[in-house]
Design a protein around this ligand. Structure first.
Ligand SMILES: Cc1cc2nc3c(=O)[nH]c(=O)nc-3n(C[C@H](O)[C@H](O)[C@H](O)COP(=O)(O)OP(=O)(O)OC[C@H]3O[C@@H](n4cnc5c(N)ncnc54)[C@H](O)[C@@H]3O)c2cc1C
Length: 427
């Protein structure tokens, strides 16, 4: 990775060039969201010619607005911190949980375990944040084709050798690449094509959300906090302050519970807002400004996230649950780790699964910790208050998990404590 950041290149790189509608590059990245932009930026800086295919025209809407502090490292290495510091995105210093009756935990301030400015992060409007990330890729020399959707990964004896894509006007492109990176998010292009996608046992949640203007904000350092309002049925609401007095509000719960009376998102969302009294108090003066959107099944993963000539990063690899706002952190972190593996593989002239597949190792362990804490959250035997009363020494480890400090870290003591309290969560 150091070599990547120093911008060292390869002698034998293949320069992207258009030949009619055919094109050659080192790395073809499918999807220009945060994971795809980050991956392409790191690799382009290391001297590999990258092409990003993005089917939408930016700015485009996306859910997933709350960053966690351990995005600081990747954002810094991407050169994005100055833009975020100068942005109008609210600063986020903490997260707070509110019981169905309105009892609040003390906020978990990230400064309890992180010193300096890295202890705060941002609540971002994704149309703007994703545009910043993609523009940054362009500024670093990445070739970005917008309005071009990848249709299929080209395989030669099981090895990815390129991508078949189509522009909005119907023109077809055959792109030859030494490595294909799937950063297509929920579309999971390679996972679907190779039939690698599967459900995550024990995690079956749906989400429904919308936006309000004029929702109540807390003051001072708490103004940008994420507030989590718990529902009696192990579901929860997020309350995320955004720029221009807008707040993002969404509910996550089992689909059986959410859609038991109606399949339509709007009545389900309004019913749940009505049922959650502490949330209703925050929204008393607010007006809704957007339609209600939703996802009926959130969690999935792939049995394999690297193969001969291909890798998956970000949501294209897996998505678990939004409760700890880890999606963008995992998108950026997986992109940076994968960039390291791809760089080494290209230098060695060996893009086999064995070479490319080294990056998921530290990631998988860290994701395992987050997954266990997600399982605990939905276990009726668990509450943060009860956990910290029983294991006060685990407060630091819990905050480490909430901020994303789980990669290459020994969390075995924390995991053992969680397993004692919620045995079903020990995967
Ligand atoms: C309800 C909900 C709430 C969430 N809340 C949070 C949160 O608070 N904090 C957080 O960090 N995360 C949150 N997330 C997760 C977060 O949204 C994702 O983890 C993040 O967007 C992943 O980034 P990505 O780059 O992998 O994918 P995406 O951001 O989805 O980007 C994928 C890109 O690929 C493009 N694409 C797709 N298919 C093709 C194709 N065939 N060809 C070309 N382009 C293609 C898409 O247009 C898109 O631009 C939430 C998710 C959900 C569902």
């Amino acid at each position: 990775m150091t070599a990547l950041l120093a911008g060292q290149g390869l002698e034998d790189r293949v320069v992207a060039s258009s030949v009619g509608s055919d094109c050659y590059c080192d790395v073809c990245v499918i999807g220009g969201g945060p994971a795809g932009s980050a991956l392409a930026t790191f690799l382009q800086r290391a001297g590999h010619r990258c092409l990003v295919l993005e089917r939408s025209r930016f700015p485009r809407y996306h859910i997933g607005e709350s960053l966690i502090p351990h995005t600081y490292g990747p954002l810094d290495r991407l050169g994005l911190l100055a833009k975020l510091r100068g942005s109008h995105f609210p600063e986020k210093h903490s997260v707070r949980f509110v019981s169905p009756e309105g009892t609040e935990t003390d906020p978990f301030y990230f400064s309890e375990t992180i010193a300096g400015e890295a202890s705060r992060t941002w609540q971002v409007e994704r149309s703007e944040f994703d545009q910043i990330c993609l523009d940054n890729a362009r500024e670093n020399g990445v070739d970005v084709w917008v309005g071009v959707g990848a249709e299929e990964v080209l395989l030669d004896n099981g090895r990815a050798v390129g991508v078949l894509a189509r522009s909005e006007d119907g023109e077809r492109h055959k792109i030859r690449a030494r490595v294909v990176a799937d950063a297509s998010g929920f579309a999971t292009l390679i996972g679907s094509q190779l039939d690698l996608k599967e459900h995550v046992p024990g995690l079956h949640k749906a989400a429904v959300w919308s936006y309000y203007r004029g929702g109540k904000r807390l003051s001072g350092i708490d103004a940008g906090e994420t507030t989590v309002f718990m529902l009696a049925q192990r579901g929860w609401f997020w309350y995320i302050p955004l720029p221009n007095d807008i707040v993002s509000v969404g509910v996550v719960a089992s689909p059986d519970y959410l859609f038991d009376e109606s399949e339509d998102f709007e009545p389900v969302f309004l019913r749940e807002v009505e049922r959650c009294r502490p949330l209703g108090e925050r929204l008393r003066q607010a007006e809704r400004t957007a339609p209600v959107r939703g996802v009926r099944r959130l969690a999935y993963r792939n049995r394999q996230i690297a193969g001969d000539g291909w890798v998956m990063v970000g949501d294209a690899a897996a998505f678990l649950d939004p409760i700890y706002s880890s999606g963008l952190f995992l998108a950026l972190t997986s992109a940076e780790l994968a960039a390291g593996s791809i760089h080494v593989a290209l230098q060695a002239g060996d893009v086999s699964a064995a070479r490319l597949g080294t990056f998921p190792v530290p990631l998988t362990k860290g994701v395992g910790v987050i997954r266990q804490l997600i399982g605990a959250f939905y276990d009726s035997n668990f509450s943060f208050r009860a956990f910290l009363t029983r294991y006060p020494e685990q407060r630091g480890a819990l905050i480490n998990c909430l901020v994303g400090d789980v990669i290459d870290k020994d969390m075995s003591g924390f995991q053992a404590a969680l397993a004692e309290m919620t045995p079903a969560t020990a995967f």
